[in-house]
Design a binder for this molecule. Structure first.
Ligand code: G1P
Length: 291
């Protein structure tokens, strides 16, 4: 069985929910405390031994790639001033350790279309998809590492899921499953953003996928679906008729950094976990809330 070497990161979105902040700065470059969302995503993948990345991007979002280029002057400065931890924080994903290939998605036709844009770059192997808006903290190895552990045992496509409130089904892909063990189940049905009364369950797809290369065959046949977009969910629904696809309930907490509330929650909770900020920040919050 082949290992997972490559991850696709769809980053071509306009980020309209965060305007005006995202007029010039891509939403994937917004920081949680001091690190941009895209760096959390790549660090999680590197923890799972993935070092080849395919960014599905737009012409005007070059700063995402630039973030991973070497910064010679800055590195020299940090090195001579002995700021090793800062040096490490910018070097951890430098181009010496990882490779990044960018593919331009000419039109915003949807997540399924974005993934299809990476067909040639992926070739004939299983691969990961990471949606950087979904920030996941498991305090340990990372969600993708957990999923790859399952993949190494089961050799199937795997989609991360979590239980959500019944009122929120129309924000997610929703699956129904046949449970195999406490955290894993065989997907029976998957549907994109169903109304609560039509949802097959409350198990929602979260932005981490391990997919069989067969998915490209079905993405090529996928027509516009929910929201008028070419949906990855619809191609997975077709894949289900040919291959077993698993849902995996990951350990850890997900922050929806594609929404302002989720983004603020992530900043507060990561701020409270930050060793340098923890004490003063928690004192400040206690005073603010009167606790
Ligand atoms: C996408 C997927 C959806 C999934 C979600 C997870 O939706 O289409 O199935 O549940 O990501 O974040 P989006 O958030 O791009 O609308």
């Amino acid at each position: 069985m082949r290992k997972i070497h490559k991850a696709i990161l769809p980053v071509a979105g306009l980020g309209t929910r965060f305007l005006p902040a995202t007029k010039v700065i891509p939403k994937e470059m917004l920081p949680v405390v001091d690190k941009p969302l895209i760096q959390y995503a790549l660090e999680e993948a590197v923890n799972a031994d993935i070092k080849e990345f395919i960014f599905i991007t737009r012409h005007d979002k070059g700063s995402i790639e630039n973030h991973f280029h070497k910064a010679i002057e800055l590195e020299k400065e940090l090195s001579t001033s002995g700021k090793q931890h800062l040096l490490d924080s910018i070097n951890i994903l430098s181009s010496d350790n990882i490779s990044i290939q960018s593919v331009i998605q000419e039109k915003p036709l949807g997540l399924g279309h974005a993934v299809l844009c990476a067909k040639e770059a992926i070739g004939d192997e299983y691969f990961a998809v990471i949606l950087p808006d979904d920030l996941i903290n498991d305090g340990n190895r990372g969600c993708l590492r957990q999923m790859i552990n399952v993949y190494e045992q089961r050799h199937n496509s795997i989609i991360a899921v979590e239980n959500i409130s019944p009122d929120d089904t129309d924000k997610y892909g929703i699956v129904s499953i046949d449970a195999m063990d406490r955290s894993t189940g065989r997907i029976l049905n998957i549907v994109e953003k169903p109304k609560p009364e039509e949802a097959p369950s409350t198990l929602a797809v979260v932005g981490r996928y391990i997919l069989s290369p067969q998915i490209f065959t079905f993405l090529e046949q996928t027509e516009k679906g929910a929201g008028g977009e070419i949906q990855l969910t619809d191609a997975i629904s077709m894949l289900l008729n040919h291959e077993q696809v698993l849902a995996y309930e990951f350990e850890g907490k997900r922050y929806d950094c594609g929404s302002k509330l989720g983004y603020l929650q992530a900043n507060v909770e990561y701020g409270l976990k930050d060793p340098e900020l923890n004490k003063e920040f928690s004192d400040y919050l206690s005073k603010l809330t009167g606790n």
